[in-house]
Design a protein around this ligand. Sequence first.
Ligand SMILES: [Zn+2]
Ligand SMILES: [Zn+2]
Length: 299
Amino acid sequence: MDLVLSVADYYFFTPYIYPATWPEDDIFRQTISLLIVTNIGAYILYFVCATLSYYFVYDHSLMKHPQFLKNQVSREIKYTIQALPWMSIPTVALFLLELRGYSKLYDDVGEFPSGWFQLVVSVVSFLFFTDMLIYWIHRGLHHRLVYKRIHKPHHIWKIPTPFASHAFHPVDGFMQGLPYHIYPFIFPLHKVVYLALYVLVNIWTISIHDGDFRVPQILMPFINGSAHHTDHHIFFDCNYGQYFTLWDRIGGSFKTPSSFEGKGPLSYVKKVMEEKGNSHADKDCKNEKLLNGEFMKTE
Ligand SMILES: [Zn+2]
Ligand SMILES: [Zn+2]
């Protein structure tokens, strides 16, 4: 975050906003700046990526599913807009610790090959570490003592759209984002890689709500995609994972997505539409026959 903040200070805060006498490393100034940057960044990331996904990836016929709520998209957006600022408060506290030098973030790659090798290893370990923690936190959020108050708002959307991706109770959103913040306090991670991963995990969160249930055949057993997560929204007690199916398999909560078996929400909508189409076609056929006098002839 110090990279983002130094850019924001250089181009915006120092010349236009704060008095020249207020030092850039003052903790109150850093807190205010982080709150502004985090909120603006979160809204931009959410609206740009979810909107692109909604118009170019999301299958809009899913909106005809009987479990799709009235005004669902605007409700998902409204819920997210209200929740993000609250989520940003504890997040900024962690960014502040990181900014004050308590994390293991570094900005020098070092000698090739070990420096670059460490970089690749850190990306893989970041993904596996956060996937594991999110799995257990998410499972914990389904415990009956906390589910109703904290996690249920995210399960209102049975047939989610990309706009449901960040529609969480603030505590829920922060808890599920916590593993991303914990990692650089335990393991060394390059600052730019961290920033890129942070953006990528947010895009991934949108992608598992995008209603595109396809996964490349070769990755099907390993990747937790939109098909898995939509089933999680519908059936509650399966597919808690984030990127991989690994922990669902270990934890006994893996379920083959209904979409992979032709029984998913999209297949359901298509079947209903076909049946409707057939009944319309039958009616049209009858009307045509009546017009042609065929029915009268048989009568
Ligand atoms: Zn979800
Ligand atoms: Zn859940």
